[in-house]
Write a protein that binds this ligand. Structure first.
Ligand SMILES: Nc1ncnc2c1ncn2[C@@H]1O[C@H](COP(=O)(O)OP(=O)(O)O)[C@@H](O)[C@H]1O
Ligand SMILES: CC(=O)OP(=O)(O)O
Ligand SMILES: [Mg+2]
Length: 410
């Protein structure tokens, strides 16, 4: 096959991240982001990496994901990397919810589209955007394979004991209620890269991965296979996130319905969009929270409390997954907060010396885009920072599927 390029689209609820890669030589030809889709002014940032040119930024309204993708196609054309290129082998799409059916990357056909659509109620912020991305790309290049890479796929190895909620089995099965887990592409990539950092095979190591971005999730990876993860039926369960509550007593919802007289949709919005760090202190960006804490004064107290709640939850999951795995070789931090926020890493590991876990202050303070250890030399359990690369992982999985001709729906 002569075409070696893969375009990766990661469509979020209000953004599209994209990368164009050449899988022949592993180079990145272009990368970019459209943010604040649907708002008054959206922003497009495009980096023409192949030519080494300056990044281009433009502000203006981008009404929806279809418009966003067309704008991306235009930017790529300006660099001579348009979607009409014969060198394009496939387009890879991040799809957040794949339910139980999709355990592997899958070439999209009508049945696959219908299944992604059927799963919208359990990923209302993500799956509609993913679908629009696929349909728009199909319209632009109907001849190309569109490959869906599912956030849930890596977690399908979870045993029933971790995947099932303790609710009536018949009801759960009728409504397909179980724990699916998300950010799987990142957990897969980062756990593998951690093994590489330790100089060992993925099958030889047990790793706790902490993916801390806007959405955040933890996973327990045993010998390369996921055995537990913190997100569940939807990406709401688990850790405290930018705007999502993570774990709450489900009775909070009955209480808000009965006593707070809130509707189901209002509670959905409350827990998904107005909770987490934002709900606790008014800011969902960890940079801003740290700034408020470091500057002190009146503004610092709610930020400190939000930080403490975030860390407390994180520590609980580290302990839980330590117990699930029995033996842990590494605890690894990744995504925007995990890769950049040294105080989060320090606080999450503090006090866990009896588990063999510690952070070296000097190593933790280093800023770098490289995978690195931050535990003291000779530590029983490694603590590491490993930058995630969901787009590269999606490109690799997409290219492997189309190159090996192993096409067809799962
Ligand atoms: N230097 C930094 N210090 C602390 N937090 C940071 C820093 N840089 C980025 N972040 C955090 O990373 C988050 C975004 O992470 P990212 O993985 O890009 O999220 P997503 O892919 O879910 O949009 C931001 O909300 C911000 O809080
Ligand atoms: C599944 C999920 O939470 O994704 P994101 O972090 O991109 O919102
Ligand atoms: Mg992300």
């Amino acid at each position: 096959m002569s075409a070696t390029r893969v375009l990766v689209l990661n469509s979020g609820s209000s953004s599209v991240k994209y990368q164009l890669l050449d899988m022949g030589d592993g180079s990145r030809l272009a990368a970019g982001l459209v943010e604040r889709i649907g708002e008054e002014t959206s922003r497009l940032k495009h980096s023409p990496l192949a030519s080494g040119g300056e990044a281009r930024e433009s502000d203006g309204p981008v009404a929806d994901h279809e418009a966003a993708l067309k704008a991306v196609a235009q930017e790529l054309s300006r660099d001579g990397l348009g979607l009409d290129s014969p060198e394009l082998a496939a387009i890879g799409h991040r799809v957040v919810h794949g339910g139980k059916r999709f355990t592997r990357p899958t070439v999209v056909d009508d049945a696959v589209l219908a299944e992604i659509e059927r799963l919208i109620p359990v990923a209302p912020l993500h799956n509609p955007a993913n679908l629009t991305g696929i349909r728009t790309a199909q319209a632009l290049r109907p001849d190309l394979p569109q490959v869906a890479v599912f956030d849930t796929a890596f977690h399908t190895t979870m045993p029933e004991s971790a995947a099932r909620y303790a609710i009536d089995v018949k009801t759960a099965d009728e409504h397909r209620i179980r724990r699916y887990g998300f950010h799987g592409t990142s957990h897969a990539y980062v756990s593998r890269e951690t093994a590489r950092l330790l100089g060992r095979a993925p099958e030889d190591v047990n790793v706790i991965v902490l993916h801390l971005g806007n959405g955040a999730s933890a996973s327990a990876v045993e010998k390369g296979r996921c055995v537990d993860t913190s997100m569940g039926l939807t990406p709401l369960e688990g850790l405290v996130m930018g705007t999502r509550s993570g774990d709450v007593d489900p009775a909070v919802i009955f209480h808000l319905t009965r006593v707070g007289e809130m509707s189901t949709d209002e509670i959905d919005t409350l827990l998904n969009k107005k909770s987490g760090l934002l709900g606790l202190c008014g800011d969902n960006d960890m940079r801003e929270i740290r700034r408020r804490i470091d500057e002190g004064g009146e503004d610092a107290a709610p930020a400190q409390l939000a930080f403490d709640i975030y860390i407390h939850r994180l520590k609980k999951y580290i302990g839980a997954y330590y117990a699930v795995l029995g033996r842990v070789d590494a605890v690894v931090f990744t995504a925007g907060v995990g890769e950049n926020a040294a105080p989060v890493r320090e606080a999450a590991i503090a006090g866990l010396e009896s588990l063999g876990l510690a952070v070296d202050g000097t190593l933790n303070a280093v800023r770098s885009g490289e995978p690195r250890l931050i535990s003291p030399e000779g530590a029983r359990v490694a603590v590491a920072v490993v930058p995630t690369d969901e787009e590269l992982e999606i490109a690799n999985q997409t290219y492997a599927l189309v190159r090996d001709g192993n096409a067809g729906a799962a």
